[in-house]
Design a protein around this ligand. Sequence first.
Ligand SMILES: [Zn+2]
Length: 125
Amino acid sequence: MRRQTNLPQPSADPVLQRYETQFRALRAQLAELWFFCKGTILQRRLTCGKPACACAATPARRHGPYFEWTYKVAGKTVNVRLAAEEAAAYREAAAQWRRLRTLLRRLEGLSRRALKRKGRLLRSR
Ligand SMILES: [Zn+2]
């Protein structure tokens, strides 16, 4: 028994074929994505406020580094303190999120051009 799929038939139009090939390549990159998070990871070195502490006079002697994950929910900024050991994973996840956004933008643009081309082909039949 043949498996029923929703996959579209390849197009005979060379322009549309090129769009389809590009779309498949981008979709394959999408499948390589891993855990992602919105926002940015900040690294801070802070002063403690004690006038006698070395951090007060010398920026290089400030405490830290401290890591913070900052993102927005419904327009509000959320700050989450991270342990130094966690920072790299969150930084990688933030990079994955930027990759996802770039891929989506490219897939959307490509889809728009492909749909427009398809419409033109259908109308001229
Ligand atoms: Zn200090």
